[in-house]
Design a protein around this ligand. Sequence first.
Ligand SMILES: [Zn+2]
Length: 255
Amino acid sequence: MDYVGIVLFFILGAFTGTLDNLVAYRYAKGNTLFFPKKSRCEVCKHDLTLPETLPVIGFLLHGGKCAYCDERISLKHPVLEIITGILFALLFVQYGWSITTVAGCIMMAALLMNCISDLVYGRVLNYVTYGAIVIGVLFSSFFGLGFVSALAGLSVFVVLNAFVFFFSKGSMAGGDVKVAAIIGAFAGLPGVLLTFVLSSLMGAVVGLFSLVFQRAKTKTRQFFHFSVYWVISGFIAYTYMAELINLYMSFFPNV
Ligand SMILES: [Zn+2]
């Protein structure tokens, strides 16, 4: 096991988690990535020092509070940083030092940026989406399942989502489709179909739970947005496609 690689990708993921939050937040506020130059406390507007902007460390430095005004820093920052770190490390464990690992990291960074921006601020970032789709199609064409598969993945997802959109009577926003199209570009047609099956299963399980626990219903619904299912399913489909297909074949060897 290459522990150095695992640690490096975890750190890279943690920094990407910081960037995900930053980009989602700044674009939602109408700012760009490079303006304002320094990150600041949202409450007292004090500029943050370099150590204070580091992933997880920045949170722990002053016990989860702003050093200047004592305002609590949202837990979503360190949580997202740790989750992104774990996802990147898992990609490395699966694919090692390869373009596939790097492409997977780019896909997850774009998916998380859009998912956070969609969930928290109700906006999807077009630059991130189209940039990621172009990178995804290039990756698939030269190192993945091929140009046709990427294009098919992209279009199938758009068509499938148009159906879901139609049957959900518009409860799904256009942002979901954009999040999903990124997965199509990177994971190709088989990845898309797998993502769709996984996210439907996840939706069914969560739906069942929220029926059983009526009280948690609204809160669960709010948290488990479609784009969250797709980000999780997209990661699983991209990273463990071969294993899942083998598992399926072992259950249904004649199909
Ligand atoms: Zn402050």
